[in-house]
Design a protein around this ligand. Structure first.
Ligand code: NCD
Length: 298
């Protein structure tokens, strides 16, 4: 449950009322009005791994709420380079800040940080494990576009093995009544335990056929998580969604991507009415405002 003084580490800890509460609060933050509910607070933004959207939208969210932001983007110039442990860094930052947003390459790092910190910790991505704020903004985007999530057919395409955004998304969709199509190269299939844990009907396929889908959620091959560079070469560029692929798609379909895209969505899709990924990225700000506000203020 999301509550004052709590953390956001995994979507597994969220309930349907949590999703509804975040969407409601995010929507209120999109309307003009007084939003400086974190005035006088400090939010720490600790990014041990590369990020553009998660970091900048989290920092924008904190600043729009009136907080000041401290932190780092990459560990160069920090004591991490001297060998400081995550726990020690978090202990210190927890003494300076009222909330911590953390991205780290190791699975479980956000949970470890939350065990050490007395202030709320928001997981901005821990290795291939979880990316809960991304899932909240993904679902908010779907809800805004269709006015609902229940009843939709959702295709999830690309690197389903290493992609933390799709691991979180599949788990979160258990709170909704949807049909799921998992489209991937055989080497990059969704881990079986996640497929088995799905409460929704799941179909796995290798062909990029999306004509029957409402949501087409594409993902980047997570090159940095491959132990073997040759394996990456086998799967790169496996799926390119183009205007041609979308010729038979539903006119009201929504193409999503957590971004950055590399070679998954051709730029000729950008001008189509189905292209939703830039609006999706923009939704990161009100959604992360909602998360910070709920965790700090209740
Ligand atoms: C994603 C991530 O970091 O997991 N990006 C993001 O947060 N929007 C997806 C990716 O890097 O491919």
């Amino acid at each position: 449950m999301l509550s004052k003084g709590g953390n956001l580490i995994s979507v597994r800890e969220l309930s349907r009322p949590d999703f509804d509460a975040v969407f409601k609060r995010a929507s209120s933050f999109e309307a003009p009005g007084h939003t400086r509910t974190l005035q006088g607070k400090v939010v720490a933004s600790l990014f041990y791994e590369p990020s553009t959207r998660t970091r900048l939208s989290s920092e924008t969210a904190a600043q729009r709420l009136g907080a000041r932001v401290i932190g780092f983007s990459g560990t160069e110039g920090t004591s991490v380079q001297k060998g400081e442990t995550l726990s020690d860094t978090i202990r210190m930052v927890d003494a300076y800040a009222d909330a911590i947003v953390l991205r780290h390459p190791l699975e479980g790092s956000a949970r470890r940080a939350a065990e050490v910190a007395t202030h709320p910790v928001v997981n901005g991505g821990d290795g291939a494990n979880q990316h809960p704020t991304q899932t909240l903004l993904d679902l908010y985007t779907i809800q805004k576009h269709f006015g609902k999530i229940d009843g939709l057919t959702v295709a999830i395409v690309g690197d389903l093995k290493y992609g933390r955004t799709v691991h979180s998304l599949l788990q979160a969709l258990n709170h909704y009544d949807v049909r799921i199509k998992l489209i991937s190269h055989p080497l990059l299939r969704m881990p079986t335990q996640f497929v088995r844990a799905s409460k929704n009907p799941v179909e796995e396929r290798a062909e990029l056929v999306v004509d029957d889908c409402d949501v087409i959620y594409c993902t980047r091959i997570q090159k940095e998580r491959f132990a073997d560079a040759q394996e990456y070469e086998k799967v790169r560029g496996a799926y390119l969604l183009s205007a041609q692929t979308l010729e038979g798609a539903k006119p009201n379909a929504l193409v999503m991507h957590p971004l950055p895209r590399v070679d998954e969505i051709a730029t000729d899709v950008d001008v189509l009415p189905q292209a939703g990924y830039f609006a999706q990225a923009a939704n990161g700000v009100p959604v992360r405002m909602a998360v910070l506000d709920i965790l700090v203020n209740g």
